[in-house]
Design a protein around this ligand. Structure first.
Ligand SMILES: C[S@@+](CC[C@H](N)C(=O)[O-])C[C@H]1O[C@@H](n2cnc3c(N)ncnc32)[C@H](O)[C@@H]1O
Length: 301
């Protein structure tokens, strides 16, 4: 059998199944591509040249076995194959980390323009780093940057450490175990963060696929808003004078805006999908800090 025939078989099976896409892949085609990259042990570009390549019986059996697990267990494909594609790079992932899928990839590609000139950006913090995907992609593409990768989860940091080594970035990246700002000591030209922002109720209603991801990567108290607002409340003291904070809250953007009506959030637009990343400079974080702090004081005893 040729690869193109196997591809069609797998696609047919997955398209008819009751599964959810959205954890690093957005369609059945994407899932089948990841699966075949894993079975044939090739990268995306090579796979694209292999339509007429013969596939052994053993590879066919392996592919169908993985597909059966995807459908029966509703386990996201990236966990089954052990990797995800993000910002043009391959990241090792497993159930210790969220599967990379952030629209930050587009901002990295755009060089965070017009806010920053990445040739002038040296110190970067990726707070809530998970697999390290956002911070490591910045370090990979902007080769004079030094990136601190921080997370509360020592297990997530093990995955981030392995990705750092895999991408040969150990000399410019530092891992920090930290509950938000607790162990952060530096000041930065750029802070990126994709914290948990899903409320408890919404979490319970998510498709089964999300139950394979760590709760602590998704859920934040107060309807998803507490961790993002704690980040906003303290970010100014960790930014250099001309520095910027980029904070992702996904579809919690409107509830964040409603919780803080006095704050004029600037939401970025994306050409390749995704929503809910806002940007702040240091002066505005200082200006609106009383509102962030008042929200926390009101809701946290
Ligand atoms: C939404 S995931 C983002 C992971 C990665 N940055 C990405 O975009 O794929 C959120 C991450 O925040 C971490 N986290 C949760 N609570 C935290 C806290 N209080 N302080 C630091 N990190 C936290 C989780 O362990 C998880 O890795």
């Amino acid at each position: 059998m040729h690869l193109s025939e196997l591809f069609k078989q797998l696609l047919r099976k997955l398209s008819q199944a009751d599964v959810y896409f959205g954890q690093g892949t957005v369609s059945a085609e994407d899932d089948v591509v990841l699966l075949l990259m894993a079975v044939l042990v090739v990268d995306f570009e090579t796979l694209n040249t292999m339509a007429h390549h013969p596939v052994s019986k053993k590879q066919q059996a392996q592919a169908h076995e993985l597909m059966a697990k995807r459908i029966q267990l509703k386990r996201p494909m990236s966990y089954l194959v052990g990797f995800a594609l993000f910002a043009g790079l391959t990241f090792a992932v497993d159930e210790r980390v969220l599967i990379p899928r952030s629209p930050f990839a587009e901002l990295i590609d755009r060089g965070f323009r017009p806010y920053l000139d990445m040739t002038q950006v040296n110190q970067v913090l990726d707070l809530c780093t998970g697999s390290g995907c956002i911070g490591l992609a910045i370090a990979h593409y902007y080769q004079h940057s030094h990136v601190d990768l921080a997370d509360i989860s020592s297990e997530a940091l093990q995955v981030a450490a392995s990705n750092t080594r895999q991408l040969n970035l150990s000399s410019r990246c530092t891992l920090i175990e930290s509950d938000l700002w607790q162990n952060i000591e530096g000041t930065y030209d750029l802070i990126v963060t994709n914290p948990p922002y899903v409320g408890d109720d919404e979490h319970a209603d998510l498709p089964v696929e999300f139950s394979h991801e760590p709760d602590m990567a998704l859920v934040s108290p107060l309807n998803g808003l507490l961790l993002p607002i704690k980040i906003l409340a303290a970010a100014a003291q960790y930014l250099n004078t001309d520095g910027y904070l980029f904070l992702e809250v996904g579809y919690s953007d409107s509830s964040l805006q409603s919780a803080l009506p006095e704050v004029p959030f600037q939401w970025l637009e994306f050409n390749h999908g995704g929503q809910g990343i806002c940007v702040f400079n240091r002066q505005d974080l200082i200006k609106y800090q009383p509102y962030f702090k008042a929200f926390i004081a009101l809701h946290v005893s």
